[in-house]
Write a protein that binds this ligand. Structure first.
Ligand SMILES: Cc1cc2nc3c(=O)[nH]c(=O)nc-3n(C[C@H](O)[C@H](O)[C@H](O)COP(=O)(O)OP(=O)(O)OC[C@H]3O[C@@H](n4cnc5c(N)ncnc54)[C@H](O)[C@@H]3O)c2cc1C
Length: 478
């Protein structure tokens, strides 16, 4: 097996017939033909195909020691700083393909599996079999190049109680049987719902010592009893001219409902140990590796935004205004800050207790706290620079109508005809004003966790020993 092609990916997902609901109906037929999913599935298929490009072979893949097959680089457990760089280059190659708009391109979940596999010994504290299950699962996904969604949040029904876990709504382990564990209830929020092979479920990162909520497993998305209830689609139209980002990259989000879902033992990674649940978050270094993926991707996203802003500046010729230059410099500073966080995390990487080369947490903690704040400002800058350009955007059909010449004339700029200019401003609109663009903002604010608790995490974890020592040494001076 080894790396998938895009066609194999699409065929697999179509065959699953996942129980997925959208706007009151269960989706039947090939999901890759459905208006809400076909764009993002085609984009994901392109990612898989990139792995087969001869020129990118050594960037995108490595040879699996276990099978001799070429497998995706995001499965690589880094042992050296060069390995970390290889991972970054691969992540960024995919990110260039989706211009940073797909938060759940498969490298994100592959990174999580890489971490779980590397730290599998953690799980022996509860049950030897769980560590073995994780190792087998990692090999299975790696060698078949499967795609995953994941859920680790309980529904928002009562945040006054810890993560709502004590409510009767949140998915919990209701019993263990000879065949496996049985899960009942719901979880939020599966991004890429319906377009992945499998779903990984792991515990809500809370301090609750309740066995019923201390579980982790992975199952195929078509497992009986499992259903996905989607939000409204943000694909307005499938023309790339009118809706350049939404028509390509709208990763669906869904509530996940488990109706007495049986998880077979070989897919169970954790089944009741609150201690292992806490170790998973405190000892696996999942944060460092996932944050490294996220920041690698967001460097590309910010590069894309900066390029778009420059084209807007050139398009309507506003570069001489001082405040425009100042706003551009804000974007450039954001990009350079993100690059700095990323490279610094690699420069100070160290081998962790599992033998994995692990990026430094300090710059990554800063990055995941910084970006949710700066991203909305980048979007605001697009709006402040573009003004009415964001709504003077006739459609592709207008440009194919009798109005074509008139539109090309009246909407021209110094360097573009009307059609070219509207193409650019439609892109800016899709990132800054459409439902797709709003969701991107919400995503950047929340997908890695609530910003308030992320700041708390930084406060708890940030290594400030050297700074404190410097001040103490100064105070001790005569
Ligand atoms: C677009 C998008 C995609 C996502 N994709 C995924 C995914 O694929 N998989 C997945 O598992 N999750 C996903 N998430 C969920 C994401 O992890 C959560 O949104 C995030 O962890 C915050 O949790 P919440 O949404 O339940 O907000 P809540 O925790 O309910 O927070 C709501 C408000 O209450 C405040 N609050 C609540 N509890 C506390 C507290 N204890 N202390 C201080 N303040 C508190 C928060 O600060 C916030 O202002 C996604 C979210 C979004 C928006």
């Amino acid at each position: 097996m080894g790396i998938s092609t895009g066609e194999q990916y699409i065929r697999r997902i179509n065959q699953l017939k996942t129980n997925i609901w959208l706007d009151g109906s269960r989706i039947t037929g090939n999901i890759s033909d459905h208006a809400a999913f076909k764009g993002v599935m085609a984009s994901q298929a392109k990612l898989y195909d990139l792995q087969h490009q001869p020129a990118l072979k050594d960037v995108m893949t490595f040879v699996s020691e276990e099978s001799g097959n070429r497998v995706g680089m995001s499965f690589l457990e880094p042992k050296t700083k060069e390995d970390l760089e290889k991972r970054r280059l691969m992540i960024q190659e995919w990110a260039k393909s989706h211009v940073g708009m797909m938060g759940r391109s498969p490298d994100y979940m592959n990174t999580i599996l890489m971490v779980l596999n590397a730290a599998a010994d953690l799980f022996t504290a509860e049950d030897e079999r769980c560590a073995e299950n994780i190792r087998n699962y990692y090999q299975y996904v790696k060698e078949h190049d499967l795609s995953l969604t994941h859920v680790f949040v309980s529904p928002q029904n009562n945040r006054g109680k810890q993560d709502g876990e004590s409510e009767q709504i949140a998915a919990r382990m209701i019993r263990k049987t000879e065949d496996g564990i049985v899960i009942h209830g719901s979880r939020i929020l599966a991004t890429q719902a319906g377009v992945t092979d499998e779903i990984l479920v792991y515990p809500v990162p809370s301090n609750i010592d309740d066995e019923a909520f201390s579980y982790a497993f992975a199952i195929p998305c078509n497992t009986p009893g499992l259903s996905f209830i989607c939000r409204e689609s943000f694909v307005y139209k499938d023309t790339h001219f009118d809706h350049p980002l939404g028509s390509r990259y709208d990763e669906m989000d869904a509530i996940v409902v488990f109706d007495n879902v049986l998880v077979p033992w070989e897919r169970v990674f954790l089944h009741g140990s609150p201690i292992v649940k806490k170790l998973l978050y405190s000892q696996s270094d999942m944060f460092e590796h996932t944050a490294h993926q996220v920041v690698s991707k967001n460097v590309i996203k910010t590069e894309f935004i900066l390029g778009m802003i420059q084209l807007i500046i050139d398009g309507i010729n506003i570069s001489e205004y001082q405040h425009i230059r100042e706003k551009f410099s804000e974007v450039a500073m954001a990009l350079e800050a993100m690059r700095g966080f990323l490279y610094e995390s690699e420069r100070n990487a160290k081998i962790n207790q599992w033998g994995t080369m692990t990026p430094d947490a300090n710059p990554l903690l800063a990055a995941v706290n910084y970006y949710p704040g700066i991203y909305p400002r980048l979007i605001e800058i697009i709006q402040l620079m573009s003004a009415s350009g964001l709504v003077a955007i006739p459609s592709e059909k207008d440009f194919a109508s009798d109005q074509k010449d008139l539109l090309n004339h009246h909407l021209q700029t110094a360097c573009q005809n009307g059609y070219e200019r509207v193409k650019l401003f439609r892109l800016a609109w899709d990132l800054s004003m459409s439902a797709f663009g709003s969701r991107q903002q919400l995503y950047e604010r929340f997908f890695f966790g609530d910003p308030v608790r992320l700041a708390d995490q930084l406060y708890s974890r940030y290594d400030r020993g050297d700074s404190v020592s410097m001040v103490k040494a100064f105070l001790a001076r005569q």
